[in-house]
Design a protein around this ligand. Structure first.
Ligand SMILES: Nc1ncnc2c1ncn2[C@@H]1O[C@H](COP(=O)(O)OP(=O)(O)OP(=O)(O)O)[C@@H](O)[C@H]1O
Ligand SMILES: [Mg+2]
Length: 237
């Protein structure tokens, strides 16, 4: 079992879209996936299971067991996640060893939740859009990840940086790729070959609370997330 966190402290860069559609794509490849929403905004929970009875907050505060919180291989978040104190340990999430991957969707901040997610993760996927402010944020994020690696979690590995909402052939996207490739080379990681293209069907699917494969399986979004799943499973890379 490996824990993959989808991280970026910047908002609106495709974390939740990636958590949902990468999980679905990996399940289509017969992997057993537990998807967990850690974001107090509960975006993913509203998409996957708005009527869930249990949530991760109750697990982390000791009210229920991890197994009790799982409904259809998913654990909901709660607005109360914003109230967690810094003594809360997330290590209990590691106990579900009967999954191939546990995928964590995280909030747009470098707060207690994200730091704890980093502390229990084997792999990190950083999602980003191709613009200047996003690049600035990535430097700060990587500094934080390296500090966590030193202090709390020596095994953490940045699986890669994933460009989302990508529009190829623009000068800015080419420049961003060049900058990111330089950065990732220094850090022993990579920019994923797969780029998630800007795709209206991904937004439409979200409006209907669906993953991209059930909404539009021949869309660019479905193609790109399926390709990403292949890249994530390819351990040689
Ligand atoms: N490839 C894409 N093409 C078009 N729209 C996209 C794409 N990826 C994400 N979006 C849209 O961009 C918006 C932000 O995406 P998403 O919620 O996944 O970002 P996030 O990083 O999880 O945001 P937050 O930080 O607030 O949790 C959503 O409306 C989503 O539908
Ligand atoms: Mg989100």
């Amino acid at each position: 079992m490996k824990i993959i966190s989808i991280i970026n402290q910047k908002g609106g860069v495709g974390k939740t879209t990636t958590a949902l559609n990468l999980s679905t794509a990996l399940r289509k490849k017969n992997k057993k996936i537990l998807l967990v929403d850690l974001d107090p905004q509960c975006n993913l929970s509203n998409t996957v299971n708005a009527t869930a009875k249990n949530n991760i907050y109750d697990v982390l505060t000791g009210k229920i067991s991890l197994s009790e919180a799982i409904e259809a291989d998913f654990i909901s978040s709660s607005p109360y996640m914003a109230n967690l104190n810094n003594k809360t340990q997330f290590t209990i999430i590691k106990s579900k060893t009967d999954y191939d991957y546990i995928i964590l969707d995280t909030p747009p901040s470098l707060d207690i939740i994200t730091l704890n997610a980093l502390s229990i993760s084997d792999n990190i996927i950083i999602t980003t859009t191709a613009d200047a402010y996003s690049l600035q944020g990535i430097n700060q994020l990587i500094t934080t990840i390296l500090a966590i690696k030193q202090k709390r979690n020596p095994n953490i590995k940045i699986k890669g940086i994933l460009l989302t909402r990508f529009i190829a052939r623009t000068v800015i996207s080419k420049n961003v790729i060049t900058v990111l490739e330089g950065l990732t080379k220094q850090l022993g990681t990579k920019v994923f070959n797969t780029k998630i293209r800007e795709c209206i069907a991904l937004r439409e699917a979200q409006m209907l609370n669906k993953d991209i494969f059930s909404y539009a399986r021949y869309s660019n979004g479905a193609f790109d997330y399926e390709k990403l799943a292949g890249e994530v499973l390819d351990e040689k890379q």
